[in-house]
Design a protein around this ligand. Structure first.
Ligand SMILES: *Cc1c(COP(=O)(O)O)cnc(C)c1O
Length: 404
């Protein structure tokens, strides 16, 4: 198994490309993918990378070359996937809250589609009838995931068609002669407990007899990765075993009949990524010593938005004495990356590496405070490639129409 990137490699990238900088380690993505394919070799399974985690075109191509398919959350992600070279049949569009016109656009490209509202399902049936196999996103009414902000399957969630509306779904399917190929659930992110997936399957098993043309059970994504050192990721071997048992034990389904789909985002790309930043100011206020870096919540919003823990290392003073710091950004807004965190002594000019920055890092970055978005580099086979240049002055004015 390839080791993840060393401090020396990260420091070299920071020196070469400047900071703030996103660094991705290609082989780590492959390692994660192989964990999944190995674990699930006992079942007919396909993995669709949830590209909203990180859509850099080079990452998409790398994922494609691993043999993985791709899951999209918008028509533009579908277009990016096509641009990256995925075949339509390798692309899944799991829509939510979108206009029917966007679903029609997706149909024109020929990708797989999961629909998450009765109204779009009905429009789909009226327009395409039996001609275009489609999936239904079900809201199983189960609570799952790291915290409420990243839970998507509970009984007050906006996602999916509530399972208790089965009768209405059936009426729509019958009236418009829909070809329901897939039942889909995605209950949240950061799900460690494999039982959650089994519980979701139990909900789907109740539905299976009502959809005779069903071919695919899609259990979404949400596998947990370690954020805090020593934390465990979702045990995907155990998960595969449990899911196989669930199929085997269930009277309405045998595992030969259904293909199993997953949509991992975080699991594939979280750990491959680092946000590198340079310390701009060390401010000793007595009880709290702040270390400010040349980045902020505009580049990595997860700590502020989800209270996410991200491990942080001082890569330029790795043997310095351990001291306690609160790491903040340079944004005019409280943008704490870590509070009361023990790190090797931080001096102004030191480089910090923020871990687990691959998923929902750059992807959620903005130009807030009119700061530039960071550059992105990818380290593959020991070589470092620039895969997105840092914003420059013109990017801030690019789309502005100077009327006055
Ligand atoms: C976001 C999302 C995923 C990926 O979730 P992760 O927690 O990153 O694995 C998968 N499927 C759907 C429908 C999503 O919206």
């Amino acid at each position: 198994m390839p080791e993840n990137l060393s401090k020396e490699q990260l420091l070299q990238a920071a020196n070469e490309f400047g900071t703030p900088l996103y660094v991705y380690h290609a082989e780590k993505i492959k390692e994660q993918y192989e964990k999944l394919t190995t674990a699930f070799s006992v079942l007919d399974t396909k993995f669709f990378y949830a590209s909203k985690a990180l859509t850099n075109i080079n990452i998409l191509r790398y994922v494609k070359n691993m043999g993985c398919e791709v899951d999209c959350s918008s028509i533009n992600e579908v277009k990016l996937a096509l641009h990256a070279g995925f075949e339509p049949q390798q692309i899944l569009y799991t829509s939510n809250g979108i206009a029917f016109s966007e679903i029609e656009e997706a149909v024109e490209t020929g990708v797989h589609i999961n629909i998450d509202s009765l109204s779009n399902l009905e429009k789909f049936g009226k327009k395409f009838g039996h001609s275009y196999p489609v999936g239904i996103r079900i809201r199983p009414n189960i609570m799952a995931g790291g915290n409420l902000k990243i839970s998507t399957g509970h009984d007050t969630s906006k996602f999916g068609i509530p399972v208790d509306q089965l009768d209405t779904i059936k009426d729509v399917v019958k009236a418009t002669d829909l070809f329901i190929r897939t039942l889909h659930i995605h209950t949240g992110s950061d799900i460690k407990d494999v039982e959650v997936f089994v519980n979701g399957m139990e909900v789907l098993f109740e539905l299976i007899p009502h959809f005779p043309e069903l071919e695919v059970i899609d259990l979404g994504g949400g596998f947990k990765v370690p954020y805090i050192p020593g934390e465990k990721e979702t045990d995907v071997k155990l998960l595969a075993q449990k899911i196989k048992e669930t199929f085997d034990n269930h009277p309405v389904a045998d595992n030969k009949k259904f293909q199993l789909w997953f949509e991992p985002g975080k699991f594939l790309v979280s750990e491959c990524g680092y946000l590198l930043a340079q310390v701009t100011v060390v401010k000793d206020t007595g009880p709290i010593v702040f270390a400010a870096i040349d980045s902020g919540l505009n580049h990595l919003i997860r700590p502020m938005m989800y209270d996410a823990y991200h491990h942080i290392e001082n890569i330029s003073n790795p043997t310095g004495e351990q001291k306690v710091y609160t790491i903040t950004g340079n944004i005019c807004e409280t943008d704490t990356f870590a509070a009361d965190r023990s790190l090797n002594e931080i001096r102004e000019g030191d480089y910090l590496a923020i871990h687990n920055a691959g998923a929902y890092g750059f992807e959620m970055a903005s130009n807030y405070n009119s700061r530039f978005k960071p550059a992105e580099v990818m380290i593959k086979d020991g070589h470092t490639y620039l895969i997105r240049r840092r914003d420059e002055w013109s990017d801030l004015l690019n789309n502005q129409v100077e009327v006055f």
